[in-house]
Ligand binder design. Structure first.
Ligand code: ADP
Length: 506
């Protein structure tokens, strides 16, 4: 079934367009849109735009003049309309007598009009509700006006706008404006040739640029993809080269980091398998050997030999438990069961289990009962692992000291710190960070370290990371011993007035 799925994924991948062609297509499409817009606006809609601008000019001019008909600066308004917008102006009385006239167009319609026609225009405007719009065509070649829509490049459209403007003295005047809309056919022709050249040049440039850009953008991704495929084959020494872009450089850095971590984990895992098989074999050989001796040789069925078998079986159990614990913790199958618990009581309870180890001394200093929020089972595993390590690497004095210290936080609440100290061989400063890694053992040849799996401290770290506000660490000096510690937020503290000295030996 798996291979069908993978095949499906591969086929899906094949259907997808490569990043190179995608970037190329987007760039070319963008240029095509820009050119199309240029063609539509410059060629297709040029006449429409030009005409609507002219119409809005004359409409605005008519309004301006009507608004200023009584004002002193009417003259300057008329001049600006005429000169800036190329509009002819005539203002006449209802009887057709001209009051103002500015002529700026060669074939102005309104300046040809007699007083009689002007008076007539006033009447028509009044009949039409106060405004009138007339449209005529002037044929430059034939030098004559006519009405209609003849499609001739030589014809100029002439627009006449008329408005009856009331005066303050109760009278009225007629404002007549005339503008001409020249044909844009020849302009369009020129633009067409220009745009054709622009289009050809742009298309060639766009294709070249799109190819360059697409190659430039996609090549680092293609390289990273190739390296990722090598990584997927398990070759962790592959190097992800960073391209010229920040995001790709960051991706390459992340993948390089991931590759390094993977290779570390793989090396550690290989080592673990070697260690575990060695660690499993040793107790198994001992168990089988002693059991056979006890079976075959009379008088060898002694309690000492049985104890050796029991001890070796225990070693096996610890090993298997560690491996199981870490895989459960990492896979999240062991959920965090938080509750308020008496940490001090829990440590004391754990210490009672070590009373049989008469050759060691475990001292506990704890003045008060400290309650914390945590997972009881998991916290006791943390304490166990730290004590077991301290016993494994115990010093000449054969003593492990556990201290419970209360510290005040900035917000007034308290924190509890548990320190587990031994006076053994200590750990080199350079190794202090690594010991928390999974499968890490400082000295694999050390006869006592050979017992461990290199998982104990990783279990401690994983559990404490689950606890809100927890911190942990180690202080160590080679030849003088180590102090492993962890801190949690104290929920509350119960003082024990009747117990004078709380320190004692386990
Ligand atoms: P192990 O099961 O091997 O003890 P741990 O994860 O508990 O694995 O410890 C990792 C390594 O850290 C150990 O192999 C040991 O070298 C070092 N270490 C841990 N605790 C101590 C200690 N109290 N004193 C010296 N070295 C220690």
């Amino acid at each position: 079934m798996k291979w069908i799925k993978r095949l499906g994924q591969k086929q899906k991948g094949k259907e997808r367009v490569s990043i190179f062609w995608k970037i190329f297509a987007i760039f070319v499409a963008f240029i095509a849109v820009v050119l199309s817009l240029l063609w539509v606006f410059q060629i297709g809609l040029l006449n429409t735009f030009y005409r609507s601008i002219k119409i809005s000019d004359i409409e605005n001019a008519l309004k301006d003049i009507s608004d200023h008909i009584d004002s002193d600066d009417l003259g300057s308004v008329l001049r600006s309309v005429a000169n800036d917008k190329q509009i002819c102006v005539t203002i006449c009385a209802p009887d057709g007598s001209i009051l103002y006239a500015i002529d700026v167009l060669p074939n102005c319609v309104i300046h040809e009009m007699s007083s009689y026609r002007l008076a007539r225009a006033y009447e028509l405007t009044k009949q039409n509700g106060g405004t009138l719009v007339e449209r005529t065509m002037f044929n430059e070649r034939k030098n004559q006006f006519f009405l209609g829509e003849e499609d001739d490049p030589n014809q100029i459209e002439s627009l006449v706008y008329a408005k009856a403007a009331p005066l303050q003295n109760g009278g009225e005047v007629l404002v007549l404006l005339n503008t001409s809309i020249s044909p844009v056919v020849s302009t369009v022709q020129t633009l067409k040739v220009q745009l054709l050249w622009i289009t050809v040049i742009m298309v060639v440039l766009a294709v070249i640029m799109a190819l360059l850009l697409a190659k430039n953008l996609s090549s680092p991704i293609v390289h990273i993809n190739q390296s990722a495929k090598v990584l997927a084959q398990g070759k962790y020494d592959v190097e992800f080269k960073a391209g010229g872009y920040r995001e790709i450089a960051e991706l390459a850095d992340t993948l390089n980091y991931a590759a390094r971590e993977l290779s570390k984990v793989e090396a550690l895992q290989r080592e673990l398998i070697a260690n575990i098989s060695h660690d499993l074999r040793t107790p198994l050989t001992m168990i089988t050997g002693y059991a056979e001796v006890m079976r075959d040789i009379p008088n060898e069925n002694t309690p000492e030999n049985v104890q050796i078998i029991i001890d070796e079986a225990k070693r096996l159990t610890t090993l298997v438990n560690d491996v199981l614990d870490i895989s459960k913790l990492q896979s999240g199958t062991l959920p965090f069961n938080g509750e308020i618990l008496n940490l001090t009581a829990q440590i004391r309870e754990i210490l009672t289990r070590y009373t049989k180890l008469t050759e060691y001394t475990i001292v506990f200093h704890g003045q008060e009962d400290v309650y914390v929020y945590g997972d009881a089972l998991k916290l006791s595993q943390v304490v166990y692992n730290l004590i077991n390590n301290a016993l494994t690497y115990i010093g000449e004095d054969k003593t492990v000291t556990i201290k419970q210290i209360l510290t005040a936080r900035e917000d007034g609440r308290q924190r509890v710190r548990i320190e587990v100290t031994d006076t053994g061989e200590g750990i080199e400063q350079s190794k202090l960070n690594d010991i928390w890694d999974r499968y890490y053992k400082v000295d694999k040849n050390h006869k006592r370290a050979a017992v461990g799996t290199g998982l104990g401290l990783n279990i401690v770290k994983t559990i404490l990371d689950m606890h809100p506000g927890a911190s942990y660490g180690v202080k160590s000096q080679v030849g003088h011993g180590s102090t492993f510690w962890f801190e949690l937020n104290a929920d509350h503290v119960a003082h024990m007035p009747c117990i004078e000295d709380n320190s004692g030996e386990a």
